[in-house]
Design a protein around this ligand. Structure first.
Ligand SMILES: [Zn+2]
Length: 85
């Protein structure tokens, strides 16, 4: 793996193994334990080609994924409404 600085913010990019969001055909899945390079400053993720291919495979077989995680869904406009009260 190369030690290039972040393309977006010039921050330090470090290797990590972590849970990553992965966008695939307009869908979003999360994958645990992915070897990735992550920018310490802005959080941008960099995948190796091999890793990316594997993530695509996982995403294609997403119907077989049994574990689901849920997130709170907020509406940004509601926050604005509260502030202007
Ligand atoms: Zn960055």
């Amino acid at each position: 793996m190369k030690k290039d600085p972040c393309e977006f913010c010039d921050g330090l990019v470090e290797e990590a193994v972590m849970r990553v969001p992965f966008h695939y055909r307009k869908e979003l899945i999360y994958v645990d334990h992915v070897p990735v390079r992550v920018c310490r400053k802005c959080g941008e993720l960099y995948f190796d080609a091999v890793v990316y291919k594997r993530l695509e495979k996982i995403a294609e077989g997403r119907n077989a994924i049994r574990t689901k995680i849920t997130f709170p869904l907020a509406d940004y406009r509601k926050a604005l409404a509260i502030e202007t009260r």
